[in-house]
Design a protein around this ligand. Structure first.
Ligand SMILES: NC(=O)c1ccc[n+]([C@@H]2O[C@H](COP(=O)([O-])OP(=O)(O)OC[C@H]3O[C@@H](n4cnc5c(N)ncnc54)[C@H](OP(=O)(O)O)[C@@H]3O)[C@@H](O)[C@H]2O)c1
Length: 279
């Protein structure tokens, strides 16, 4: 049995679909089973990854778990790690982040590093996936495109090599189901370096409409992040890191291509599939 947490989300949802397509026994964790829609045959477990009791029940009879921690990752990992330590589960594949390698200390990197350390201490076998930004982050722009026809970019216009969540999921499935990935940390990027402005131009072309692009000032970005996260100092650190010249995801890493056995999907392909959302 394989347990997928974050199973209603972007990466976990694709991990679940890929495991089901292979006919493997799968259990999906969600906080709200009434809202979740899973394919036939999927067992459902209720709870948050941070809830040790819920996770202990969910991990019963599980050989491998895909771990997605969302929100306050560092706070969540304690409860999750306690359940993993007590369980017989052999493999833990964690959706971490390439932010752990960022030369600028910031909360996102610190939290994922803490999660890696906590799980490495308790898991029989661990594999860490460290993707850069997802193609699907472009969905953050949908509202402003609909309201004003313009993307106001908070993270600056730095080059990065975004990756498709489905490619992250494909790598996760290999790590969950094959030997040879224990103790590995995989840096995952897409196949092309693009700026946010490049991404907006691709979205505009595929959607067949004009989309403006402007970069918010650093102060505006901090205000927005602080309004969402509630802590101004954390927001300043995260914005400084995301807008710095030395982001770890600023170049193409070939690990994803090697593990996928093909080129990772381009942002153009994701934009094409989501053209109706931006039209
Ligand atoms: N976006 C990026 O560019 C990027 C890049 C690298 C790494 N990451 C990391 O990837 C992870 C996110 O993956 P994702 O995008 O697949 O996740 P997601 O779609 O945002 O969420 C996955 C699921 O987590 C549950 N969830 C949401 N908020 C929660 C909370 N506060 N407490 C407990 N559960 C919650 C929800 O499931 P239910 O409601 O069904 O419980 C949700 O469907 C994060 O750890 C993020 O740091 C993201």
């Amino acid at each position: 049995m394989i347990l997928v947490t974050g199973a209603t989300g972007k990466v976990g949802g694709r991990v679940l679909a890929r495991l089901v397509a292979r006919g493997l026994p799968v259990r999906a964790l969600t906080r709200d089973p009434a809202k979740a829609e899973f394919p036939a045959g999927v067992e459902v477990a209720t709870g948050s990854p941070a809830d040790t009791d819920a996770m202990t029940a969910a991990l019963d009879g599980v050989d491998a778990v895909f771990a997605v921690l969302v929100g306050d990752v560092a706070a969540q990992v304690g409860g999750f790690a306690a359940a993993v330590e007590a369980a017989d589960t052999r493999r833990v594949v964690l959706l971490s982040s390439s932010a752990v390698n960022h030369p600028v200390r910031h909360r996102i990197g610190d939290e994922h590093r803490a999660a890696e350390v906590a799980l490495a201490a308790v898991a029989q076998e661990w594999t860490f996936l460290r993707p850069g930004p997802f193609h699907s982050n472009a969905l953050w722009w949908v509202r402003s495109v609909r309201e004003s026809g313009t993307v106001r970019c908070l993270v600056g216009n730095r080059p990065g090599a975004p990756i498709d969540p489905d490619d992250v999921a494909a790598v996760a499935v290999r790590a969950l189901t094959e030997d040879g990935h224990a103790g590995m940390a995989y840096e995952l990027t897409g196949p092309q370096v693009l700026t946010s402005g490049d991404q907006v131009r691709i979205l505009a072309r595929t959607a067949g409409r004009a989309i403006g692009f402007e970069v918010a000032t650093e102060a505006q970005a901090v205000d927005t992040f602080a309004a969402i996260g509630g802590d101004r100092v954390v927001a300043e650190g995260n914005v400084a890191a995301l807008r710095s010249r030395s982001v770890p995801w600023g170049r193409v890493d070939t690990t994803a291509e090697r593990l996928l056995g093909r080129a990772p999907r381009r942002f153009h392909d994701w934009a094409d599939e989501h053209r109706a959302v931006f039209a």
